[in-house]
Design a protein around this ligand. Structure first.
Ligand code: LLP
Length: 420
């Protein structure tokens, strides 16, 4: 049973009524279900069975410390893309030796810090980055563990902003170039080439592009092995989609089964398999609760103006993403169609158009499936403090991030007055 469900007419998150949480912490707020997160992680682990493997949660999806700590306690690894994410992982008790570092723009300082704490691997995305990492590692007197992120040039068939596996994208190294580089591994005395990795995009709802990417990448790993360079791991990235509306994404089990099947068909089942799921772990584990401030009738159009905005959850505005909007308390009626909009001064500040709802001002709504890339992409645009975040654990809930104050909003700023 889903952790987000109605009892009588009240929406519950696990054992707590959403209205109770909002009464206690205010609106808007993000609410996460611990159970949902744990179940998703366990689904990966179960499907992986005996395969040597590491599930590295993509921190960018949601870096809240409570979620990271939950995953760290379960034995998860992490996929990071900045020093900030690394510091979050460390603060949450995550294991640097289970952490891989992705991203096209790693700075020297970031490399140094990651080497000092002893991360598992750098996923390197360009020749220039490789040269820099070799230098930084040399200066520290260590060897940096490296996996080349290859770009298999497959179409992930997802939104263009979140497709990364085509050669026109900035990500990864073209396969022939990467192969040439592995062949010259000796030219990099301070690097240890231990893996190969690829990530082709996000919110994939079909197994086909994953299979296509594996069928391009895995034969190359076999070729390297034959040439005497046995890579210890293969990292297949993240990207597994979730159901926001009527998509039918593969289950975690089906996705992992495909990867395992491909690994064994190339005789690579003895390699360690690294996965970097973000959305598939946290997406369905969170909602954004928001209160209806006004109902506005404007020339045949009806708006529900809520107190969360595109600064709190930008996916609908940025990608035209559809996320369900449901009431915290079901009313008997009347049901009307609303555009659910925020208070931000942008016409894109719309959570959903033409949504059928029975609501009154003051009601609480939940924007569903907001656990991934919700809070993490939030901003303070329009000088709006970031919302509180709450983790529900059974019958209890905990504030895991305080709502920002107006002082937080202005922290570090200074007024300077020039001569008049
Ligand atoms: N690994 C790498 C190298 C990535 O770039 C990403 C996501 C992941 C793993 C995790 O992907 P996931 O399993 O979550 O699909 N803001 C967009 C999604 C951006 C994804 C960026 N990279 C959204 O809200 O849809």
């Amino acid at each position: 049973m889903s952790a987000f469900d109605y009892r009588d007419d009240r929406l519950f998150v696990e054992g707590v009524a959403l209205a109770e949480i909002v009464d206690a912490v205010g609106s808007p707020c993000y609410v996460y279900s611990r159970r949902t997160l744990v179940e998703a992680y366990r689904a990966f682990v179960e499907a992986l069975g005996d395969q040597p493997s590491l599930v590295c949660y993509a921190v960018k999806a949601n870096g809240n410390l409570a979620l990271l700590a939950t995953l760290a306690d379960l034995g998860a690894g992490f996929d990071i893309v900045s020093q900030g994410e690394l510091e979050r992982v460390l603060a949450a008790g995550g294991d640097p030796a289970r952490t891989v570092f992705s991203g096209v723009g790693k700075t020297e300082a970031e490399m140094r810090r990651a080497l000092e704490v002893g991360i598992r691997c750098f996923n390197v995305e360009s020749m220039a980055e490789l040269a820099r990492l070799d230098q930084v590692a040399g200066a520290l007197g260590v060897r940096a563990p490296v996996s080349l992120r290859v770009n298999p040039d497959v179409d992930a068939k997802t939104h263009p902003y979140i497709a990364t596996g085509l050669k026109e994208n900035k990500f990864g190294i073209a396969l022939p170039e990467a192969m040439a580089c592995y062949a010259r591994a000796r030219d990099y005395p301070h690097l240890a080439f231990i893996g190969m990795d690829c990530h082709i995009g996000s919110q994939l709802t079909d197994l086909r592009p994953f299979a296509d990417a594996l069928d391009r990448v895995l034969p190359e790993i076999v070729r390297l092995r034959r040439a005497g360079l046995a890579l210890a791991h293969v990292d297949v990235g993240g990207g597994l989609g979730i159901r926001y509306r009527d998509e039918r994404p593969p289950t975690i089990g089906a996705y992992v089964a495909l990867v395992l099947d491909r690994l064994s068909s190339y005789g690579l089942e003895d390699s360690e398999l690294i996965l970097e799921p973000g959305r598939a772990l946290v997406g369905a584990a969170g909602l954004l609760a928001t209160r209806v401030e006004y109902i506005k009738d404007a020339d045949g159009k009806r708006f529900a103006i809520v107190d969360a905005g595109m600064n709190d959850l930008i996916r609908p505005a940025l990608y035209g993403a559809w996320q369900n909007v449901i009431p915290a308390r079901r009313r008997p009626g009347p049901v009307r169609e609303y555009d659910v909009v925020g208070p931000v001064c942008e016409s894109a500040d719309v959570f959903g158009r033409g949504r059928s709802l029975a609501i009154e001002p003051g009601d609480v709504l939940a924007i569903a499936d907001a656990g991934a890339y919700g809070s993490a992409m939030g901003s303070q645009y329009n000088a709006r403090p970031r919302p509180a975040e709450v983790l529900v654990d059974g019958a209890r809930f905990h504030v895991v991030r305080e709502r920002e104050t107006y002082d937080d909003l202005m922290r570090g700023e200074r007024v300077v007055r020039g001569g008049l």
